[in-house]
Each structure stands twice: as structure tokens, then as C-alpha cells.
Design a protein around this ligand. Structure first.
Ligand code: SAH
Length: 393
């Protein structure tokens, strides 16, 4: 048993946490002097106002999400051993799903480890810590990784903007081994490359793995346009799936260089264009170019709730332009990684955008993240990815 400072819920507050959610918001707790004096990230026990134990977690007086729970038991020692148990459970889940050690090993609350995601590329892992609580426990977590999977290299990819909400500075460094310059990713039978130091997020988007496989199955004999292609995730999968020709568009030169390397490594042909997707789509529409498959997986257009209306408009416009360049009887995938736009609204914007082109469309597939991104059932709002696949007439 560990003796932690106690954070108390206010009278009737904390309905969600009492039902089983792992979060408590700042307005739900007694924010007295003692609580305010706790350092960001302090391990705490959470109690109801009648003294009933709710669980063990960490506290940040400066964050809107004040408490994140590790477990529903109070007084649990959170150390390398605790993390080893959690990592081994996460590992067994992935080993049940995948043949090779390339996956998201830990997806925060979905794996009982709030404030951290860990992507695994065989013996290299990319760790992204987003909260003060996890930041203070990083060395225990790295020690547990050594016990659970003994990686050669551990990269701390701690430069995500959301860290500022927790008062954390951005940095990227190797916590173990050398900072790798460029790594290999094996996914759906294809070989890709990622840059863990300079690429986006943790370096690779495993969340679209199943959606890439789905589109690859449709690709046989079709021309494919992969808008926002990053390091070639969809483009190379489609080329391997037998696409007649593949074009990827992205605004990032380093991402396109990785995509080109992936094309060569998989011995497939694909053309990668550095451009703004909206500009390039305008040009393709004007030139009356059509593609049998169009994929549009943009960066988040709704970064915060106040961006909902302009972001929704941008999704509508993207759907209209993407549908305009989809060939008769072609397939169109529209994705959103903004957790601030609900599925219903995103689907509505896509439907209106497609309808504006005068085309008939049928929704043939609706998907989210791949299963190595588990969602805590009490935090459905953290299921951020939405992918809709339409068949156009
Ligand atoms: N589909 C990719 C992931 C896309 S992430 C995959 O399967 O891995 C979003 C991508 O959009 C990033 O690579 C980013 O460089 C690119 N991007 C952002 N704004 C852009 C713009 N205006 N035009 C073109 N690409 C853009």
C-alpha cells in the first residue's frame, strides 16, 4: 500500500468517474489550498465526499482534467512493476492481433496507462508522454519497457502541442540507445519508412492500418489518388494491391521522400507530388482528371471545439473536390482525425459535399482506428478517427 495525498470529489460531482470513467474535471473536486499546493503530476488517492475510495491516479491542479486514474483501487503503488504488468497485458493483446512486432503497444487510457502512447517498430519504440503525471513517471515506464520487451532504442517523442495544457516543455530525445535516423515499418505485407525524430506524431500512423488494407483490396486495376499521403501509407498499400497507377499528394517534403523510398523498397510505381491538397484538387477538377480511387486523410481541421464550424466547412469542401475527381463507379475514402467533430456531423458534411457534385453515393464502409488503439468504454470521445468509404455511381 502506498500513502498518497487525497483528492476529494465535491458533494454530488464526479458522476462519470463513479460510473467507471478514468477522468475527473477540475470543477468536480474540492480544490482547497492543500490540493492547489500539490506539484503537477503528484500521485493521489481519489475519494468521494463520504470518504469512499474511488481509485489511484495522478493530479494536476493546472489542468482541466485534474485527475486521471490508473486503477479503481486506492493506495496502489505506481512503479516500474505496476507498469510492467500493464505493458505485458497490452503486449498480449497485440500479440493476439498481429504476427509481427509492429503496432501501437500502448494507447493511453485504452490500455490503463493515461497520458502515454507507445508505438513499437520491432526493437525500437516511440513513446509520447502528454501529462505531468506520466512525465514524472517516465523513468519507471522506460524501466518497465526494458523488462516487458527489452527494446534496443526508446525515443521520447515529447513534442506534441497538447503538453502545454499540462505545463510541460517540448523535447525529443533517445531515453535508451541512439536516436535512429530512419526506421522500417512492416504493415499489411508492405515495407514503409518513418522518421521518429522529425516525422509527425510518433512517426507513423498505425491507426489507419486496417483502412489501408481495405482500400488496397479495392485497388486492383484502378488509378489511385492519395491526398495527404504522408509517408505513403495508403498509396503504397494500393500500389501493392494492384493499382494501375498511384499519385500521392502532401505538402511535406520529408514525408514525400519517405514515401518515394517506400515505393522503391516495395518495387511498385507511384508518383508523389508536393502541393497543397486543395490547390491540387482545384487543378485536377479544372483538368477534368478522374481516379478510380480517391483517399483524403487530412490533418485535423477541427483542432478545438471553437473550430467546429470552419472545420466542418473544410471537410465539406474537401468531400466535394475529392468526389469531383472520383471516376464513375469509383471509391472514395474520407477521413477525419479530429476528435472535436462527432461522427454524425462529419458524415453529414461528407454527404453534403458529395451531393454538391450531383453524384449519387453509397456508404459501403464505416470505420475507426485499428484495434491496437483501444478506447476506454467510458471515454467514447477519445475515439478520434473516422473513416467513411463511399461507392460513387
Ligand atoms: N494518410 C496518411 C496520414 C496523413 S497525416 C497515412 O496514411 O499515413 C496528414 C498529412 O497531411 C501530413 O503528412 C501533412 O504533411 C499533410 N498536410 C497538411 N496540410 C496539408 C496541405 N494543406 N496540403 C497537403 N498536405 C498537407
Amino acid at each position: 500500500m502506498a500513502k498518497h495525498p487525497i483528492i476529494r470529489l465535491k458533494g454530488r460531482e464526479g458522476r462519470r468517474v463513479r460510473l467507471g470513467a478514468p477522468w475527473v474535471f477540475s470543477n468536480e473536486i474540492v480544490m482547497d489550498q492543500a490540493a492547489k499546493a500539490l506539484a503537477p503530476g503528484t500521485l493521489i488517492d481519489l475519494k468521494a465526499d463520504d470518504g469512499q475510495n474511488i481509485g489511484t491516479g495522478y493530479f494536476n491542479p493546472a489542468s482541466l482534467i485534474s485527475v486521471r486514474l490508473f486503477t479503481r483501487e486506492a493506495g496502489v503503488v505506481i512503479d516500474a512493476e505496476f507498469f510492467t504488468t500493464a505493458l505485458r497485458r497490452a503486449l498480449r493483446r497485440r500479440e493476439a492481433l498481429y504476427d509481427a512486432p509492429y503496432y501501437r503497444l500502448v494507447h493511453a487510457e485504452g490500455d490503463g496507462l493515461p497520458g502515454v502512447v507507445i508505438d513499437r517498430f520491432d526493437d525500437i519504440v516511440s513513446v509520447q508522454v502528454t501529462t505531468a503525471g506520466m512525465e514524472t513517471l517516465t523513468s519507471e515506464l522506460v524501466a518497465a519497457l526494458d523488462v516487458a520487451i527489452a527494446p534496443r532504442t526508446v525515443v521520447l517523442r515529447n513534442d506534441t502541442p497538447s503538453r502545454t495544457l499540462e505545463g510541460l516543455d517540448p523535447y525529443v530525445k533517445a531515453a535508451k540507445g541512439e536516436m535512429p535516423s530512419r526506421i522500417t515499418v512492416l504493415e499489411n505485407g508492405a515495407r514503409y519508412f518513418a522518421d521518429l525524430g522529425g516525422g509527425q506524431k510518433t512517426g507513423w500512423y498505425y491507426d489507419q492500418r486496417d483502412n489501408r488494407a481495405f482500400m488496397a483490396k479495392l485497388a486492383q486495376g484502378k488509378s489511385v489518388l492519395d491526398a495527404y499521403c504522408y509517408a505513403g501509407g495508403f498509396a503504397i498499400a494500393a500500389a501493392k494491391g494492384g493499382a494501375s497507377d498511384v499519385t500521392g499528394i502532401d505538402s511535406s517534403h520529408p514525408a514525400l521522400a519517405l514515401a518515394e523510398e517506400a515505393a522503391a523498397a516495395n518495387q511498385v510505381k507511384a508518383r508523389f507530388v508536393k502541393a497543397d491538397v486543395f490547390d491540387e484538387l482545384d487543378r485536377l477538377v479544372a483538368a477534368k482528371e478522374k481516379f478510380g480511387i480517391v483517399i483524403a486523410d487530412p490533418p485535423p481541421f477541427v483542432k478545438s471545439r471553437k473550430d467546429l464550424e470552419p472545420g466542418a466547412k473544410a471537410y465539406r469542401k474537401l468531400a466535394r473536390l475529392a468526389a469531383s475527381v472520383t471516376a464513375p463507379e469509383g471509391f472514395l475514402l474520407l477521413a477525419s482525425c479530429s476528435h472535436n467533430i462527432p461522427l454524425e456531423r462529419f458524415a453529414q458534411e461528407c454527404a453534403i459535399g458529395i451531393a454538391r457534385t450531383g453524384r449519387n453515393a453509397s456508404l459501403i464502409h464505416q470505420a475507426g482506428v485499428s484495434p491496437d488503439h483501444p478506447v476506454h468504454p467510458m471515454l467514447p470521445e477519445t475515439a478520434y478517427l473516422k473513416a467513411l468509404v463511399y461507392a460513387l455511381d
